[in-house]
Design a protein around this ligand. Structure first.
Ligand SMILES: [Zn+2]
Length: 124
């Protein structure tokens, strides 16, 4: 049987994590590592707060939809446009335009495919 952390949850249930070598507790419950765990939690909390603030400020909802990816490209384009004119700024804009073009194509294909699927389902 695999070793289990000796910590008991508030309801009395066991912590199912594996204990550290030479300890009866897992990392999260080991008294010797309490400081590190607390610091890691604090940093995790700060990162999540910052992530939420940045996400809100840019109205960015992640990279898992075509709209989200478009929004990211839009933000990059606006920031780049706001910079002083230079060859590298223009190169960046040209590159972002290419990426945007590709994203438009994928978005277009996605909606045409959805329309086709809808029609197929109707005819069944
Ligand atoms: Zn534990």
């Amino acid at each position: 049987m695999p070793r289990q952390c000796a910590y008991r949850q508030e309801g009395g249930g066991p912590c199912r994590a594996a204990p550290l070598r030479d300890s009866q507790f897992c990392l999260m419950h080991s008294p010797e590592h309490a400081k590190e765990v607390q610091e890691a939690r604090r940093l995790g909390g700060l990162r999540r707060k910052r992530e939420a603030a940045v996400t809100g400020a840019y109205e960015f909802e992640g990279l898992n939809t075509v709209d989200g990816i478009r929004r990211l490209i839009e933000v990059a384009v606006l920031d780049t446009l706001g910079m002083e004119n230079s060859i590298s700024r223009n190169r960046t804009l040209a590159y972002l335009a290419q990426v945007a073009m590709r994203t438009l194509e994928v978005g277009d294909l996605e909606s045409r495919l959805a329309a086709l699927e809808e029609r197929l389902n109707h005819n069944r």
